[in-house]
Design a protein around this ligand. Structure first.
Ligand SMILES: Cc1cc2nc3c(=O)[nH]c(=O)nc-3n(C[C@H](O)[C@H](O)[C@H](O)COP(=O)(O)O)c2cc1C
Ligand code: SF4
Length: 519
């Protein structure tokens, strides 16, 4: 075998691919190739985001990657015998990966390298444009870097959509001996996984984004607060941080600039409310994750009472390309005041669940049908919940709404972290409303009454509505009053936004609250 060139084969090591058997497929491929004396070079990548095709095997021929999927371990021998490593046609051959409509129709900026490079290979990262953004940032003043981020129009991808550059400027303007950059990697929203995919598939992008933030505003220490359920992301981040530190991209003298930036990973405490930024900071300080009163803002008094940038994974990982290619390049994507791209996550009852990075402005219908392929059950999609468990339910009549922050606000919905969960016409919306209240009751930090007590009473009211009877109209009125109190009287978004799924279900699907159920 010695003189024969090796065929490069790519298989993801993303957690979703592993759950679907990617490790077993990779092991089978190596065994079969060795036995058949076909030399291969197996590269483990992040996922392309086409989850229904995992384990996806890509064979590189004349510089083009040919996709086969889903390839189970038990199918490998027959596929290799039938010429898969030479690109032969068979039932699982999908064609050139980059030309598959699901990928070809996307605009991948933040996810440009995910699924393509080995996530832990710093050389490949740099070869594909990595660290060009930091290099440029280090040649600029902190104020210029912050201005570039402001000019790009980037808004926080964690949920609140606050302009990232304005947050950074507040921290830049503070006088303090110690400032911090904290990455919110708690990713608790239902139907969301873009943070995880990015951290597993391109961890250096997050590290670079945080280093740009830290060196720009004068913060020498960063922390990634990582969801406890993400062991693969933790391993990838720790390995990438060690490599970056060893090669001078982190540490006392970042890229020879004389500026210091250190980075550590801290594991989350496992509650949804830990993703709320002030609760996260409490947890990071080793305390019970309870929401803080605001003001002061974290940008003024954050971690250990010092000025702190706190941003979502995708917000921070989008910064390198903004610095590398310029604000105008990024701002040219999108519509209205929603600039750039959003990694959208398709989940729930969809045939083609996965990750789609698109410029703002794509409609829900395009996402659900052109990308998502409609429901797995084949039934009509009745509603989608966008933006996690606190997001509104959107009815079919609004599926032509463009996905951008303002258009969604206009229909009473939110984009949040860009997770879309689809439901077919079998869904019982009264039960979904009850679920939202129950979720709030379970996850409440307990600090304020409208959330702590209101959510429990909300479950009881919904139970009485679903039980039916003559008092139903009065109970619906009570539910509306309760939601009003929770929305306006809660200290944070958990209690304050639980009314969104509840009231949207009631408004758009009143018939589900008005019918008798079997016990
Ligand atoms: C209950 C609750 C949970 C949240 N969970 C997350 C989360 O898991 N990840 C996240 O980035 N932001 C989450 N947020 C939003 C954060 O409080 C904060 O707005 C965000 O981290 C700021 O970063 P960004 O400006 O980059 O979006 C949550 C907010 C609330 C109210
Ligand atoms: S709204 Fe709920 S989670 Fe938020 S501070 Fe109040 S009790 Fe805590």
């Amino acid at each position: 075998m010695s003189g024969t060139p090796r065929v490069r084969v790519f298989i993801s090591r993303d957690a979703a691919a592993l759950a679907l058997g990617a490790d077993e497929t990779a092991a089978a491929l190596q065994r079969v190739a060795l036995a058949g004396r076909v030399p291969i070079e197996l590269v483990r990548t992040g996922s392309r985001g086409m989850v229904w095709l995992e384990p996806l095997v890509e064979v590189e021929l004349a510089g083009v990657r040919i996709a086969y999927g889903p390839v189970s371990a038990s199918a490998v021998q027959a596929l290799v015998d039938a010429g898969m490593l030479q690109g032969a046609a068979n039932a699982l051959r999908l064609g050139a990966t980059g030309e598959l409509p699901y990928l070809a129709r996307q605009e991948r900026l933040t996810f440009a390298r995910v699924g393509i490079t080995d996530p832990l290979d710093l050389y490949q990262y740099i070869q594909h444009g990595g660290y060009a953004g930091l290099s440029r940032a280090l040649s600029m003043s902190g104020a210029e870097v912050v201005q570039a981020v402001t000019d790009s129009g980037l808004r926080g991808r964690g949920g609140a959509a606050f302009p990232t550059g304005i947050k950074w400027k507040t921290v830049l303007d503070q006088q303090a001996t110690q400032k911090y950059v904290v990455c919110n990697a708690d990713e608790g929203d239902s139907g969301t996984f873009s943070d995880r995919m990015l951290m597993e598939g391109d961890p250096f992008a997050l590290i670079e984004g945080m280093t740009i933030a830290g060196t720009a505003v004068g913060a020498s220490q960063g922390f990634i607060y990582l969801r406890a359920e993400y062991p693969h992301a933790e391993a990838a981040l720790r390995a990438a941080i060690a490599t970056a530190r060893q090669l001078g991209y982190l540490g006392p003298d970042v890229m020879g600039s004389g500026k210091a930036f250190e980075l550590d990973v801290r594991m989350g405490a496992g509650a949804y409310v830990c993703g709320e930024e002030t609760s996260l900071l409490e947890s990071l300080e080793g305390k019970r994750a309870e929401v803080r009163f605001r003001p002061p803002l974290p940008a003024i008094k954050g971690l250990f009472a010092q000025p702190t940038i706190i941003n979502n994974v995708i917000s921070l990982a989008s910064v390198p390309i903004i610095l590398q290619k310029g604000s105008a390049f990024y701002r040219d994507y999108g519509m209205g005041r929603s600039r750039g791209t959003l990694p959208i996550q398709l989940a729930g009852n969809l045939r083609h669940g996965g990750l789609v990075e698109k410029a703002f402005g794509v409609t829900l219908r395009e996402l659900l049908y052109d990308f998502g392929g409609g429901s797995i059950t084949g039934r009509p999609i009745r509603t989608v919940q966008v933006g996690g468990p606190l997001g509104a339910y959107i009815p079919e009549k609004d599926f032509d709404t463009p996905l951008d922050y303002e258009s969604f606000t206009a229909i009473g919905a939110l984009v949040g972290h860009g997770g879309i969960v689809a439901f077919d016409d079998k869904v019982d919306m009264a039960k979904m409303a009850r679920y939202a209240m129950e979720f709030c009751a379970v996850e409440s930090c307990g600090k304020c009454t409208p959330c702590r007590i209101g959510s429990k009473r909300g479950v009881e009211v919904l139970d009485r509505i679903m039980a039916g009877g003559p008092q139903r109209a009065g109970e619906v009125q009570l539910l509306e009053d309760l939601c009003d109190t929770m929305q306006h009287g809660s200290l944070c978004g958990l209690g304050g936004m639980t009314p969104f799924p509840v009231m949207s279900a009631l408004r758009h699907f009143p018939e589900d609250f008005n019918r008798d159920r079997k016990a």
